[in-house]
Write a protein that binds this ligand. Structure first.
Ligand SMILES: Nc1ncnc2c1ncn2[C@@H]1O[C@H](COP(=O)(O)OP(=O)(O)OP(=O)(O)O)[C@@H](O)[C@H]1O
Length: 648
């Protein structure tokens, strides 16, 4: 059944990235082979697993391997595997599209990238897999047949705007990628990929650990037999021998002193589909009840899709060297989803399914150990290499903080390795331990304020008294901060306290005596206006009281000790959850002329309807000052305009 050749257009995004590839921003062209071999190795893993699960699958799994073949005359290089293959539709979806989340994001960043080096780094973080073939080839032909299917698919493109695709009768099972090589151009790092030596070197360098043989037929001079005599006219006899180019040694099973940094780096690129080197390598070996080996990596960059639903876990599970599954969520808590690597367990059945894994005691024990190990590694990095720690935190801090909500066992360690912005410094973040060290005499709490941006928090009226007294406040601006602060009661015996919640008491013992007397007097003086305001603003707030936290602003709004912040309320609503509206408390600064004016106006002419408008304006201003949203901005604007008009 050979159908006609169909020509299709690449998606715009794909085309742009192809274009970048071809006019290569990426100098290391050797890596195309790593990508192809890596894809083949994945395809072999998948077939092995599928055949194991589905005994009726018509597929030959007796000699799973990868093959390189060169035709010097036509300058083609072929990479062939007898793996799972792809169906017609899969070729369109997987090869015809750059079907990756984050592609749009990548494009945006590429547009902003200043120079070639910056673009290269971006592409490096993103990876372009199969498309990297266009760095070295001006035409790529892919022939594939999915295991169990009758017909195959032929795909071809010269990396411009279109590709062709057709269904064909006779294709061997698996995938063959044929590259029509561009002419060698050493200056442009484009080497002769039809040369045996080059291919050997590249395979050894990037793909030595691949678990399947990577074979290549090599033409060698035939060994001479004893009685053979050579005459000048004889053309030398040659024989073809098949060499295996890789050692196939599982890297995680080798003692770490035997493995070079380069080998670890290349293995990382294979398991994580990354293009850049990892930040940290974590080899692990456990003997005893649960025997396993693991090789984990902390990447140097957060992937574009770290916060997207499609983001997949990064751990591959092996059982006694046999690949079982990738993206094994059961082996790592969600907040460590950026960690990549493999775990090879000795005592699991090859038959394990996701369902079994979820229940398995051994898997849970391994997960606990891996989690602890990753966290202690970050802690070690923190004490040994501040620069590196800052990279870890800037890339993954936001995700790690999710652990404060979910991982009770490791909360202490998580708090120790976290750092935050604070009023102590404009650019250096602080750890909680450093904060505690700087705490003033008599200060018993760790103060913080949550919100959307540092700028907004610094301008918030809640900061006034703290700034006046030189008290340090943590400025927490990640959405996850709103959540974890409510579930972490303390650090090092010091309670965490929001400066926008509850009452603040910053006075020393001596100051207290004075303040109490003054406060009593003010309370009496303001009693009338406060109770009137509480009634007038009852829709908006649950109480109006005098404040001890304001020095410059007339008013601010504070939450109950245990109430939700408006930001948290919004987050819950955005995620579709029903939450009741929490009314907060309006606090007034009794020394501010506006508040004092309102008090005397209320005492003199309590029935003036203009006063209620002033109350509304006062409340709205306090809301705006903390960066909040007005319920009815048009109404507020009208009140304000009328009031201003009257002053002119
Ligand atoms: N040799 C192959 N056999 C079977 N499927 C393949 C093969 N090569 C590629 N594919 C399919 O095409 C998809 C896209 O490949 P591509 O190399 O572009 O990206 P990737 O490997 O998923 O990710 P990355 O770009 O990070 O390497 C693969 O995920 C796989 O499903």
């Amino acid at each position: 059944m050979t159908t006609g050749i169909e020509q299709r257009e690449f998606q715009t995004e794909t085309r742009q990235i192809l274009d970048l590839m071809i006019h290569s921003v990426y100098s290391n062209k050797d890596t195309f082979l790593r990508e192809l071999i890596s894809n083949s190795s994945d395809a072999l893993d998948k077939l092995k697993l599928e055949a194991f699960r589905d005994k009726d699958l018509e597929a030959d799994t007796s000699d799973l391997h990868i093959e390189l073949a060169v035709d010097k005359a036509t300058r083609t290089l072929t990479v062939r595997d007898n793996g799972i293959g792809m169906s017609h539709d899969e070729v369109i979806d997987l090869i015809g599209t750059l079907a990756k989340s984050g592609t749009a994001e990548l494009r945006r960043k590429l547009r902003e990238a200043k120079d070639a080096a910056a673009s290269e780094e971006l592409i490096g973080q993103f990876g372009i897999g199969f498309y990297s073939t266009f760095m070295v080839a001006d035409k790529v032909t892919l022939l594939t047949r999915k295991a169990g299917e009758k017909h195959g698919t032929r795909w071809e493109s010269s990396g411009e705007s279109t590709y062709t695709i057709e269904t064909i009768d006779d294709a061997p099972q698996g995938t063959t990628v044929m590259l029509h090589l561009k002419p060698e151009d050493v200056e442009d790092h484009l080497y002769d990929y039809a040369a045996e030596q080059k291919l050997r070197e590249v395979v050894k360098r990037y793909s030595d650990f691949i678990a399947y043989p990577i074979r290549m037929d090599i033409e060698r001079p035939a060994p001479k037999s004893e009685d053979e005599t050579e005459t000048e006219t004889d053309t030398p006899k040659t024989v073809i021998e098949t060499d295996t180019l890789n050692s196939m040694k599982a890297l995680w099973a080798r003692p770490k002193d035997d493995v070079t940094e380069d080998e670890y780096n290349e293995f990382y690129k294979h398991v994580s589909h990354s293009w850049d080197d990892p930040l940290e390598v974590i080899p692990m070996k456990a003997e005893g009840t649960f025997e396993y080996q693991a090789l984990l990596f902390i990447p140097s960059h957060a992937p574009f899709d770290l916060f997207s639903r499609e983001h997949r876990a990064g751990i591959h599970l092996y059982v006694k060297r046999v690949f079982i599954m990738d993206d094994c969520e059961e082996l790592m808590p969600e907040y460590l989803r950026f960690v990549k690597g493999v775990v090879d367990a000795q005592d699991l059945s090859l038959n394990v399914s996701r369902e079994i894994l979820q229940q398995d005691r051994q898997i849970r024990a391994i997960r606990r150990r891996l989690t602890k190990k990753v966290l202690t590694t970050i802690k070690d990095i923190m004490s040994a290499d501040q620069e590196k720690y800052r990279t870890v935190w800037s890339q993954f801090g936001r995700v790690l903080k999710e652990g404060l909500l979910s991982d009770f066992d490791n909360r202490e360690t998580l708090l120790e390795i976290s750092s935050f912005q604070s009023t102590n410094s404009d650019d250096e973040q602080t750890t909680l331990a450093q904060y505690v060290e700087r705490m003033q005499d008599g200060q018993e709490q760790i103060f913080y304020l949550t919100g959307e941006s540092r700028q907004q928090l610094e301008a918030s009226p809640h900061m006034e008294a703290f700034r006046a007294r030189g008290l340090e406040v943590l400025l927490l601006t990640d959405p996850v901060d709103e959540m974890w602060v409510t579930s972490v009661p303390e650090f090092d015996g010091k309670p965490l306290q929001s400066i926008a919640k509850g009452e603040v008491d910053l006075d020393t013992e001596e100051e207290k005596k004075d303040a109490e007397a003054k406060r009593e007097e003010q309370d009496k003086e303001f009693a009338g206006v406060l109770s009137w305001l509480t009634t007038t603003l009852e829709e908006q707030v649950k109480q109006v009281r005098l404040s001890t936290r304001l020095t410059d602003s007339p008013a601010c709004i504070v939450g109950d000790e245990f109430g939700m912040t408006p930001a948290l309320e919004r987050m819950y609503r955005a995620s579709g959850q029903q939450v009741p509206h929490f009314k907060r408390i309006l606090e007034l600064n009794p020394t501010h002329p506006l508040v004092e004016g309102l008090r005397s106006a209320h005492a003199e002419r309590g029935d003036d309807p203009g006063l209620a408008e002033t109350a509304e304006l006062l409340y709205g201003t306090a809301l705006l000052a903390e960066g909040g949203e007005l319920e009815d901005p048009a109404h507020f604007a009208k009140l304000l305009a009328n009031r201003l008009a009257r002053t002119l």
